[in-house]
Design a protein around this ligand. Sequence first.
Ligand SMILES: NC(=O)c1ccc[n+]([C@@H]2O[C@H](COP(=O)([O-])OP(=O)(O)OC[C@H]3O[C@@H](n4cnc5c(N)ncnc54)[C@H](OP(=O)(O)O)[C@@H]3O)[C@@H](O)[C@H]2O)c1
Length: 321
Amino acid sequence: MKALMITRLTGPDALTVQDVSDPSPKPGQVIVEVGAGGLNFADVMTTKGGYPGTPAPPLIAGREFAGVEEKTGRRVMGYTQWAAFAEKTAAYSHMLWTVPDAWTDEQATAFPVNYFTAYLLYWQSGMTQPPAAGRTHRALIHAVAGGVGTAAVQIGRLLGVEMYGTSSSDEKLARVKELGLQHAVNYKQHDYEEAVKNLTHGEGVDAVFEMLGGEHTAKSTRCLRDFGRVIQYGTATGQPPQLDVRAMYAKSGIVQGLWLSYLSQKREIMEPAWKQLSAWIAEDKLIPQIGHVFPMDRAIEAYKLLEEGKNYGKVVLKIPG
Ligand SMILES: NC(=O)c1ccc[n+]([C@@H]2O[C@H](COP(=O)([O-])OP(=O)(O)OC[C@H]3O[C@@H](n4cnc5c(N)ncnc54)[C@H](OP(=O)(O)O)[C@@H]3O)[C@@H](O)[C@H]2O)c1
């Protein structure tokens, strides 16, 4: 079968399509014939050896896919750690979800990582429960026009959250506003810490979904309302997060982590999340945002688009076969 191989951990240029043997399923796994693969920032980090636990190359790239379960013919979308970008992949059954009838493979592959991550961010922020009487939950969402960001806006709208979102581009922000983002901040033009302070009349937000790292962890802490939390779930800048302990004291604030790779192993967390997400899907309330579709043999361009932060929503690879 054809597969997208990471030949060296030197960045996207070392990706190449090769013929490899079909996967052999381990106990608990099934074979899926893959139609489309969803690109995640973690895939870009993996090509540089920057993702925890990456095996030594050569290895097959990709962690998210949609296709058909070989034995049953069921259309599925799934999440795995490696080897999704190939004509066939071996996946654990509990990490496969039935694709809604109306969705294409491209839409389905844009679902698992973005929507589970976004849902779990709200869950950890206490926002899947109604706010106290007379209050509204407020969230600051960085990279609001990206894969997780656009999912977070759709879910935030359903939860009645007042959302503040950052992006480098007015064009991207205009598209996210159509999804329900109330307060758009172009961080190339405005300091988001100032913007949040002004927009919330000095009060701040209950949660920041922080995936930049470096100084942004500290800056995001200064955007908090009393008892708020920064959830660190990525470091797209490549810089280790910096803490502002004084701001944590001042707001009695929390900085915590969240990692889907780990949480996805816990059925007691994933099953209730899927129950809510699938109910919203059934009501047509979640529409995965696909910004760009590339054939697998142009994967290098796709990875670079994400690496350079030029994407809107999800970047998808069409898998031949
Ligand atoms: N912890 C978890 O379980 C988990 C799960 C999924 C994703 N993540 C993390 O969440 C983040 C978003 O992932 P994603 O796959 O949905 O990607 P994405 O948001 O679709 O793409 C990354 C976006 O980040 C923004 N950005 C800001 N600074 C950047 C920089 N220095 N380099 C590149 N992009 C930059 C860009 O948007 P603007 O130009 O609009 O700012 C870019 O479009 C990543 O950090 C990823 O590692 C974590």
